[in-house]
Design a binder for this molecule. Structure first.
Ligand SMILES: [Zn+2]
Ligand SMILES: [Zn+2]
Length: 360
């Protein structure tokens, strides 16, 4: 059968039949998952992004796509040099977020947590919290899904910018002296001012915190809200939120109570001051020791990245963790990061996703 050459205005459905149904956007593919694969049968992130972002996919499909991707071992050649001389070329399994090599690297990178030493701020067994203070908080910054769509929440609003250009008048351009001459005029994408994405909101919040409280060491982690039952209400399924551990070098918070969930809380006034810097709901717990919090982070991250049998990690299940990982993968987000004097040069683990990105 030959179809007529499509003219402008031809509906895709006239050529392909029903293209809008899930899993059926290309009827020539026998299996929906073929639409994610390259010609060697490997799932590719850019293909998953096309399918998800154009709406052919739901979260279940996304998780399956991620599972297929992470489950396929891929290998690369690594050249080993010594003093500039090539010693040998080895074949190595590549890290992909959520596979064993990735976790092995993650563990190595996390060993810096132990080097922080330990400070005890107060005794969690004390019945009387009178005078108890802490310099470390575990903070959750949540999201309101009615404020923007899912892709904007993760990826932001981007604007096209020109390197080295200080004004917006093309007839009288003012060129920055700090920009390398060979780069002047290059186009790049930047997040718009006041961008509502999770990274920009987070950066603005941390800057405001440092303005108010002085030096803060920060460990932050992005996570996705899990899936909720279909009840015709608006849910934040798949939207980002932030968990962060903050170590304040110049500030102490009075610990005022232990609530019925056994979480330690700072005073209402202090809590409100921090909450007001974020547009959505904020939860704050007081930590009683550095290593207590770090131990949690370590277990949490290993579980998030697919290590089986990590026990006693409140707040996540393997299923939820996989959902988070598949969204971070889809939106090419760095999973966690540390900042604030000392920590910053130690680690920024995550993933710069360029073209070989399909591995991270
Ligand atoms: Zn942004
Ligand atoms: Zn969470």
């Amino acid at each position: 059968m030959s179809s007529p050459y499509p003219t402008p205005g031809t509906m895709l459905s006239e050529i392909y039949g029903d293209t809008t149904g899930r899993h059926r956007f290309d009827p020539y593919l026998a299996d929906w998952s073929d639409s994610l694969k390259d010609d060697r049968g490997r799932v590719r992130l850019h293909k998953a992004r096309c399918s998800f972002l154009q709406g052919s996919f739901d979260f279940g499909d996304l998780k399956k796509a991620y599972q297929m991707w992470v489950g396929l071992p891929e290998f690369g050649k690594i050249n080993v040099y010594q003093n500039g001389v090539l010693l040998e070329t080895i074949i190595s399994k590549l890290p992909k977020r959520g596979n064993d090599i990735y976790r092995w690297k993650l563990k190595k990178r996390l060993s810096f947590l132990e080097s922080l030493g330990d400070s005890h701020f107060f005794n969690p067994k004390d019945r009387n919290l009178h005078g108890a203070k802490t310099q470390m908080l575990f903070i959750t910054l949540t999201w309101d899904p009615t404020t923007c769509d899912l892709e904007t929440a993760w990826s932001g609003r981007k604007v096209d910018k020109i390197k080295g250009l200080l004004n917006s008048d093309p007839y009288n351009p003012i060129i920055s002296k700090r920009c390398k001459p060979e780069n002047v005029g290059d186009h790049y994408l930047a997040h718009a001012r006041g961008c509502p994405c999770v990274s920009c909101r987070w950066n603005r919040w941390v800057s405001a915190m440092r303005k108010n409280y002085g030096k803060i060491k920060v460990f932050r982690n992005f996570e996705a809200f899990g899936e909720s039952p279909d009840d015709n209400k608006v849910h934040a399924d798949g939207y980002p939120h932030v968990h962060a551990v903050l170590l304040f070098e110049d500030y102490e918070f009075p610990v005022s109570l232990r609530d019925r969930h056994k979480h330690f809380r700072i005073s209402r006034g202090e809590k409100d001051k921090i909450s007001n810097l974020w547009d959505f709901h904020v939860d704050i717990e007081a930590c009683y020791s550095v290593q207590g919090a770090m131990g949690y982070i370590k277990k949490y991250l290993l579980k998030t990245y697919g290590k089986p049998n990590v026990e006693n990690v409140p707040r996540i299940t393997s299923d939820k963790a996989e959902f988070t990982t598949s969204l971070l993968w889809l939106f090419r987000k760095q999973s966690f990061a540390v900042s604030g004097g000392g920590w910053s040069d130690l680690i920024t683990y995550g993933v710069t996703q360029t073209d070989i990105s399909d591995f991270c």
